[in-house]
Design a protein around this ligand. Structure first.
Ligand code: CA
Length: 361
């Protein structure tokens, strides 16, 4: 029998369609999405900058190279506190920063970093992901055209380095201290002369007596600053029990990503946030061990009960004052406080009692 060439036009059409489809799918799969991320932090601000870098790395790996995120530190874009506006305007697609920096632009952003006397890191993560915090954060950022995601936590920050011991609220009067944000406003009400000095000038300011005390973060980031060499009193924390950083994502840019890349971006941010939390925990543990060996006479102190009571009183008064005509802020603060009341009972029952009952000499 003679072999007849296959000339059925319909068959040829379908073969052509199939090949075209394969090429199209292939091309679609290969499309690379590029985003730009700006951080508030400088290029050497470990572990803060690592959260952004790790996030970009995970997004690249999980997407098989389809989602490329360029991370620009503030050394490059020169505008550490301009990242909110840059993402809002679409000049950058994502920022890594922290929410309370924007309280001057929108007071409702204040509670998503940390609040004095507020939730600890595990409690706050539980609030974000299971207690309605995440949804409230979107409600606040929506009008700025952004989504906001937890971006890594410092845990409890130390109360700061003081040259002299604080024995009463009287000792706070006239004290020159670098302490930014809401805690600074509280301190100011108690007579502290609050200043905000650039990080690079903090050591010399303390050394020369321009300031008598300062707060920074905790051992992980304090050690390289060297404050322990000049201000021997290291006070325990009250003002930033769970400072969370945030990824801010331009919502239009987010929506332009295919669905799978949106998921990859969200998972990458969540994973990088967790990494920063444990990286900082590790760094603080190692740094604290080293600091004690280097300078054995660092004096760890807690503020006296009377001072703490005064700080709490002023904190509550100020919060009432600022949220009086701010229904959304009030909604967020009420949500946090209601959650704290429930979750703290468990923290006291679990972590607190475990630590208390298992203290080794
Ligand atoms: Ca701090």
């Amino acid at each position: 029998m003679e072999n007849k060439p296959n000339t059925n036009p319909l068959k040829i059409f379908f073969i052509f369609l199939f090949c075209f489809g394969l090429i199209t799918v292939g091309l679609a799969k290969e499309k690379v999405y590029k985003l730009k991320l700006a951080t508030t932090w400088g290029s050497s601000a470990t572990p803060l900058i690592d959260a952004a870098k790790n996030m970009a790395k995970y997004a690249n790996e999980l997407s098989n190279g389809r989602l490329i995120i360029r991370v620009d530190s503030s050394n490059k874009h020169k505008s550490p506190f301009g990242v909110f506006d840059m993402v809002k305007a679409g000049k950058y697609d994502i920022a890594h920063s922290t929410s309370y920096f924007w309280k001057g632009k929108d007071i409702n952003t204040l509670p998503f970093t940390t609040m004095p006397f507020g939730l600890t890191a595990p409690e706050q993560y539980a609030w974000f992901y299971h207690g309605g915090g995440f949804e409230l954060m979107q409600k606040v950022y929506k009008k700025h055209g952004m989504l906001s995601f937890p971006g890594g936590n410092t845990g409890v920050q130390m109360g700061g380095w003081f040259k002299n011991e604080i024995k009463s609220t009287e000792d706070l009067k006239g004290l020159k201290m670098r302490i930014p944000g809401f805690a600074g406003e509280i301190m100011s009400k108690l007579g502290v002369l609050v200043t905000n000095i650039a990080p690079g000038e903090l050591y010399t300011s303390l050394e020369r007596g321009t300031i008598d005390a300062l707060e920074w973060v905790g051992p992980s980031m304090d050690i390289s600053m060297g404050f322990h060499k000049i201000a021997p009193y290291y006070y325990t924390g009250w003002h930033e029990p769970a400072a969370e950083t945030q990824f801010l994502v331009n919502i239009k840019k987010f929506k332009k990503l295919p669905k799978d890349l949106r998921h990859i971006l969200v998972i990458s941010m969540k994973t990088a946030a967790y990494d920063m939390y444990i990286q900082n925990y590790h760094m603080s543990a190692m740094a604290w061990d080293k600091m004690q060996k280097e300078i054995p006479n660092i004096k760890v102190k807690s503020l006296p009960k009377t001072v703490m009571t005064s700080l709490k009183k002023v904190n509550d008064e100020l919060l009432e004052e600022i949220s009086k005509d701010q229904p959304l802020l009030k909604e967020v603060l009420d949500s946090q406080n209601a959650y704290l009341k429930k979750v703290r009972k468990w923290t006291l029952m679990s972590d607190y009692l475990y630590l208390k009952d298992n203290l080794s000499e």
